[in-house]
Ligand binder design. Sequence first.
Ligand SMILES: CC(C)(COP(=O)(O)OP(=O)(O)OC[C@H]1O[C@@H](n2cnc3c(N)ncnc32)[C@H](O)[C@@H]1OP(=O)(O)O)[C@@H](O)C(=O)NCCC(=O)NCCS
Length: 341
Amino acid sequence: MHSVVISGTGLCQPPHTITNAELVESFNRYVDRENTRHAAEIAAGTRPALQYSSVEFIEKASGIQQRYVFDKSGILDPARMYPHYAERADSELSMMAEIAVAAAQQALAQAGRSGADVDAVLCAASNMQRAYPAMAIEIQQALGAGGYGFDMNVACSSATFGIELAVNAVRTGSARCVLVVNPEITSGHQAWNDRDCHFIFGDVCTAILVERAEDAVGADPWDVLGTRLATQFSNNIRNNFGFLNRSEDSDPNARVKTFRQEGRKVFKEVVPIAAAHIKRLGGEPSRDRPPLLPDAFANTASAGSIIAFHRHRADLARGDIGVICSFGAGYSVGSVVVRKR
Ligand SMILES: CC(C)(COP(=O)(O)OP(=O)(O)OC[C@H]1O[C@@H](n2cnc3c(N)ncnc32)[C@H](O)[C@@H]1OP(=O)(O)O)[C@@H](O)C(=O)NCCC(=O)NCCS
């Protein structure tokens, strides 16, 4: 068995931000439009009127101040309420691959590596933009990597689950240098027209390079001391978009084909699972220890804990131990214990 390190991380940050004020202003215009359009049914009591969103609620309930997105105009257009992304030809690099390559190049540079050193690519994210070929194989080719690549999805825990697979591959010798990428274009499956959740998500892509410790040449490798995964089925975070939709003759634009959650239940059920999980790994979680991201990035699905590690690991001293931990739909909880070398 080989010792394993995380030798580099990368972050591809989208070009646009949406503040809560901008989001609420466009959402409330959407509410006015819809309520005017359905005025007769609302007056007859056969349809409930949509309610306004508010900046105060969003900040009090979630702490989110803004989110990054790859397209802003479509999301803020009250006649559309979702991003606009141009369809690309098969010969062009696809959008998820493009942002994954951008994040991966940072992780490789930090680790003193090039794409040719990579012998496995895992694309781990909450959604894939197509069924096949695997995004990971397109990314592998774009980076000039060898070996193999595959996609995996464990929703918001995709990154930590991906790291565990990468660590196991390096530990057992089936790969020496594994790239995990998390292209999270959450704006594509977010329900921007539902006030209960329209503020929650943002776009981003992260990358992590996992290598055999004895190979590492980068300036800041982190030992991987252990990983732990857990899942428990729940319908409280769910998205029914899928390849059988056509055969079901169901509406492709129905509300259930985008993100939905029972926020209160999720909060009550998942937080204790995650807290117990971290405790089992050792050490007491406390309020002042984890870096907080939601104010600037909102929820970025699987990328969140990697952004925290990427942006704040310089704050830790040699020998310090940290936990990269995630939780999300499934339910799924993943932890990676790391130590700064
Ligand atoms: C989503 C979340 C922020 C909502 O906060 P909350 O305090 O539970 O708020 P609720 O959904 O119970 O709503 C409280 C009230 O505000 C209202 N409300 C909801 N969205 C609103 C908005 N955007 N603006 C104004 N009011 C809003 C609700 O209708 C409700 O009104 P009521 O009391 O009259 O019924 C919170 O439940 C949460 O963080 N859950 C965990 C989510 C999570 O981690 N998910 C993982 C996703 S991968």
